[in-house]
Design a protein around this ligand. Structure first.
Ligand code: HEC
Length: 128
């Protein structure tokens, strides 16, 4: 019995440590905006327009990781349901960009990038 409790305690401690470590890795919203939306995204958009996607593989991977992270952060203001919906769309579009870059599909990349570029204002209006 005692041993069972010890094992359980060790297990819970390990799980919470893992959760903490995972939390620490989530980049802040400001970083995602500065390095993702103002850094990687315009670079990728320009590459898609000129049809030269070779140089933006790393930027696309980074942007996809940001897309997965954004929804894990809390917005400064606004409804949780709205944040969930907007960050889910952001995640989907950043994943579509990474996918398009991998497949060298400039049109798909341009379409997904345009969708994100159209969404800046709506999200800022509600949550910034
Ligand atoms: C899903 C929501 C969402 C989308 C989409 C979004 N943003 Fe943001 N953005 C935010 C939030 C929330 C903040 C406020 C962050 C803070 O101050 O902590 C912000 C802040 C910013 C900032 C200020 C960063 C700073 O250091 O204070 C810039 C620049 C920015 N966004 C650019 C963009 C651009 C460009 C786009 C579109 C290509 C975009 N964002 C799309 C949510 C979003």
């Amino acid at each position: 019995m005692k041993r069972g409790i010890l094992v359980l305690v060790a297990f819970v401690a390990a799980v919470s440590l893992t959760a903490m470590a995972a939390d620490e890795k989530v980049p802040a919203t400001k970083e995602i905006m500065a390095k993702g939306n103002k850094g990687a995204l315009p670079k990728i958009s320009a590459a898609a327009k000129s049809g030269k996607l070779e140089g933006v593989a790393d930027a696309a991977k980074q942007l996809k990781a940001y897309g997965e992270a954004l929804g894990k952060n809390k917005p400064k203001k606004g409804e949780a349901a709205s944040w969930e919906k907007l960050t889910a769309a952001y995640k989907e579009n950043t994943a579509a960009i990474a996918d398009g870059v991998e497949k060298k599909d400039a049109k798909a990349v341009a379409t997904a990038a345009a969708a994100i570029n159209k969404s800046c204002g709506a999200c800022h209006g509600a949550h910034k």
